[in-house]
Design a protein around this ligand. Structure first.
Ligand SMILES: O=C(O)c1ccccc1N[C@@H]1O[C@H](COP(=O)(O)O)[C@@H](O)[C@H]1O
Length: 199
């Protein structure tokens, strides 16, 4: 079954809805963004996520020590980092007890064919969190193995994106929003239906 992560959740009702829809992971954005939450708010939201659903912290633009500090305060044990530069950074996050999703973008930040020992790879569009799609059929951009597809996904394009890319999982944020940073519960449900219809 395709792994689904919904990202940029900022309030209790949205977290509860994602959980009810049976997603596999929810994401809290710690990076500067209209979706940004503090570690303290994330800690409150994290308590609403039952065992079996991953709570993922999304980071870019800060150092490893600050990532570990935010993850510790919020109780999050999976981090999605958009600007990892070396295997040593992944090792430092592992040493802190965190699982690591290494995000690369099709604009050239990060190399999808490299491995830094991360637990999962995520391939995003050229601008993270901006709802920008990319050429999901371009073999030069697609990694092997298990990886998560992100970037401009929505209920209408996700099935085609999965068919074209062969990704193991999907991550969505802008495509389930009524306006930037505001999740729409009907779009959330439509997204899950579109993915689950494929299996
Ligand atoms: O969502 C954000 O604001 C964000 C900020 C900084 C780094 C990553 C961010 N989100 C991630 O971006 C991708 C794609 O999102 P979208 O569906 O295109 O809006 C996804 O992995 C989010 O986790």
């Amino acid at each position: 079954m395709t792994f689904i992560k919904m990202c940029g959740l900022r309030d209790e009702a949205t977290v509860d809805r994602a959980v009810q829809l049976g997603v596999d992971a929810v994401g809290f954005v710690f990076a500067r963004s209209p979706r940004q939450v503090t570690p303290e708010v994330a800690a409150q939201l994290r308590q609403r996520v039952p065992e079996g659903i991953l709570a993922v912290g999304v980071f870019t633009g800060i150092g490893i020590a600050d990532i570990v500090s935010a993850a510790t305060t919020s109780g999050i044990d999976v981090v999605q980092v958009h600007d990892l530069r070396s295997a040593d950074e992944v090792t430092a996050l592992h040493d802190a007890g965190l699982r690591v999703v290494r995000a690369v973008n099709t604009g050239g930040v990060g190399d999808p064919s490299a491995s830094f020992g991360e637990d999962l790879l995520l391939v995003d569009g050229a601008v993270a969190g901006a709802g920008v799609t990319w050429d999901w059929q371009d073999r030069s951009l697609l990694p092997g193995g298990r990886w998560i597809l992100a970037g401009g996904l929505d209920p209408l394009n996700v099935a085609q994106a999965l068919d074209a890319s062969g990704a193991w999982g999907v991550d969505v944020s802008s495509g389930i929003e009524s306006s930037r940073g505001v999740k729409d519960q009907e779009l959330m449900a439509a997204f899950v239906t579109a993915v689950r219809r494929r299996g």
